[in-house]
Design a protein around this ligand. Structure first.
Ligand SMILES: *Cc1c(COP(=O)(O)O)cnc(C)c1O
Length: 455
């Protein structure tokens, strides 16, 4: 058998529809609530923030939602993305397992995020919007939306968490190259930012704070809408192109996964790969184990509570029922910035509650160890976020070796790490610490969750 096995679909195999798992759920999702009234919100509540087409997708129960031609046309730049059988890695690990990975780092921004950025930019453009505001942590979402904005002629303003703004000048340069405007958050441009700075002028910023700023700009300007890169139903929907391609590519390989793995920050790349497989199971198909891998320093699914909570620090968003560490929780610094969010997608949280998925939390040193071994065998340097999926795939492959059984393991390699080499330098020089979160602060943050009558 050849060592280099790549399953590549032709351009006409790009999906014509996104897959909406809501249609196959055995129990419905809890509604999004208005924090003032405690009642479910309606489309009009979201209209200041999102175009109507995306609001429709957010609440849709239709199984298939058509991908507009102009979006498919952009997808052709890098989709269908390749699926590889990691033969060299299997040999290095000396495992009987068959390891497959879907590689989303082939997009122009280097991750899965353009799958939804392009769709969101398209629908905003269609509805006459000229400006989009958003937030970004490590910069992957900001650069993906800036890229999409450049294609569709939209002005993109990105509130970037201040500590990352200072530490990651190349991500900022990437956004600016695509024409995006990048502002360190908290900033003096918004009331939310000015209030946060007045209270704490030296704050490093957080994703929750940056969301407050971006939402405020959209809510107070008619020509501006807001865009979110994960968590919401429509974002997860757009990512399902990943799993639909993977199902066809596994057919080409003549195998079906026994285990499906993705790293989970807000849950979008995990859902993108896993939902089409879970949907097939819910409709009577085979039942792979599905594992979400999260950072031990921000363990939303394994340590958080399933409860209604705000999406941002300043409590400007509606209430989502999700696994959460509390909107005031600030995780310790670690390198996978894209996994540092206090909440988890309501759809992923719901599937966890239904027992359709499992979750595991891993520390960053073992993740980088696996990432480097993966790079040596397969050549691709995983994004720090993606190494969390690599680690869990390793652990499952090593279990197969111990047990002397072969299983088919499929994981999502959500992006490459070319803009994160400082993290690899830290690991290689032994400077990477496995920080734990502050247990007392987490308890306090969870104790302060909003009280909601509907629960
Ligand atoms: C943003 C990001 C993530 C985390 O976001 P999800 O919504 O959980 O997918 C994971 N991997 C990469 C490469 C990212 O850029």
């Amino acid at each position: 058998m050849s060592d280099t096995i790549k399953y590549q679909l032709s351009e006409d195999r790009i999906a014509r529809n996104w897959y909406n798992i809501v249609a196959d759920l055995p129990e419905p999702l809890s509604p999004v609530l208005n924090p003032g009234t405690g009642q479910p919100i309606g489309p009009e509540d979201l209209a200041p923030l999102f175009p109507m087409a995306l609001i429709g997708q957010e609440v849709s129960a239709e199984r298939e939602i058509e991908i507009p031609d102009p979006v498919r046309e952009v997808y052709k730049m890098w989709r269908p993305s390749p699926l590889y059988r990691a033969r060299r890695l299997e040999k290095a690990l000396d495992t009987p397992a068959h390891i497959y990975y879907k590689y989303e780092g082939v997009s122009p921004a280097g991750s899965h995020k353009p799958n939804t950025a392009v769709a969101q930019a398209f629908y905003n453009k269609e509805e006459g919007i000229t400006k989009i505001s958003t937030e970004t942590g490590a910069g992957q979402w900001g650069s993906s939306l800036s890229f999409a904005g450049a294609l569709f002629g939209l002005d993109v303003s990105v509130f970037m968490v201040k500590v990352s703004y200072n530490q990651k000048p190349y991500r900022r340069a990437l956004m600016e190259t695509y024409g995006g405007r990048c502002v360190a958050s908290p900033s003096m441009e918004t009331e939310a930012g000015r209030a946060i700075l007045a209270a704490d002028p030296d704050t490093p910023g957080s994703l929750g704070m940056a969301i407050s700023e971006a939402v405020e700009v959209a809510a107070t300007n008619d020509d501006t809408k807001y865009a979110l890169g994960s968590v919401l139903n429509h974002v997860l929907l757009h990512q399902t192109v990943i799993g639909m391609e993977a199902i066809e590519q596994m057919e080409m390989a003549g195998e079906y996964p026994d285990i499906v793995i993705g790293c989970a920050g807000g849950g979008s790349n995990f859902a993108g790969l896993a939902f089409p497989f879970i949907g097939a199971k819910l409709r009577g198909g085979p039942a792979p184990r599905v594992i979400a891998s999260e950072p031990a320093a921000c363990p939303t699914l394994t340590r958080g509570k399933l409860a209604y909570d705000f999406g941002d620090t300043n409590h400007m968003t509606p209430l989502l029922r999700m696994h959460t560490l509390g909107s005031s929780f600030v995780p310790p610094a670690f390198h996978a910035g894209g996994l540092r969010y206090h909440g988890m997608a309501p759809l992923v949280s719901h599937l966890m509650e239904l027992g359709e998925i499992e979750a595991t939390a891993v520390h960053q040193n073992p993740c980088f160890e696996a990432g480097i071994q993966f790079a040596k065998a397969e050549g691709i340097i995983p994004a720090p976020e993606s190494t969390h999926a690599v680690r869990v795939a390793f652990d499952e492959a090593l279990k197969c070796k111990e047990e002397g059984t072969s299983r088919n393991i499929l994981f999502n390699l959500s992006g490459h790490g070319h803009f994160d080499m400082a993290a690899y330098t830290d690991y290689l020089s032994g400077k990477l610490e496995d920080k734990d979160y502050d247990h007392d602060k987490l308890d306090a943050s969870l104790a302060a969750l909003p009280a909601v009558a509907a629960e």
